[in-house]
Design a protein. Sequence first.
Length: 181
Amino acid sequence: MGTENSTAPEDDGKAAHLIGMRIPSVTLPATDGAIVDLSQGGLTVIYGYPRTSPATGGAVDGWDAIPGARGCTPQSCAFRDHFAELKAVGVERLFGLSTQDTEYQKEAANRLHLPFPLLSDSALLLARALNLPLFAAGGMTLLKRLTLIVNNGQIEHVFYPVFPPDRNASDVIAWLSSRKS
């Protein structure tokens, strides 16, 4: 499911406060069984996305009308396809992040053959600590799509809004490459 019928989201300013912030020491479960503290570690890319639909389909009613909601699978696949390039530009850790529970995320991680874990913020611990932009759909509280570049626990750059989602990985690589020069 691509983003060809998606409406581009507008920058509502709800991520402007993030640059320069330190990531709080919050632990999140990962699809590889690890418990991850994003405040630790070197150069880390965290792409937050609303939700992946189940393999059987079944998007939330009205999903296509929500600007920027569509495209979680293409975004994850782009990060998968560019994984080696991300490592080559210095990314030590790469994570997908959503408010879906870990069991749900495991199916998507396996189905999409992701070489990196997805993190669950189902309790909204990180989202609330950083005041990440959220929205409600289908009775769920979901992350608005954004990507954080974190260096030694501090947010160095934020991609927000992210559109189109399938270009996000390439945009991250371009930004990291220009940062090094």
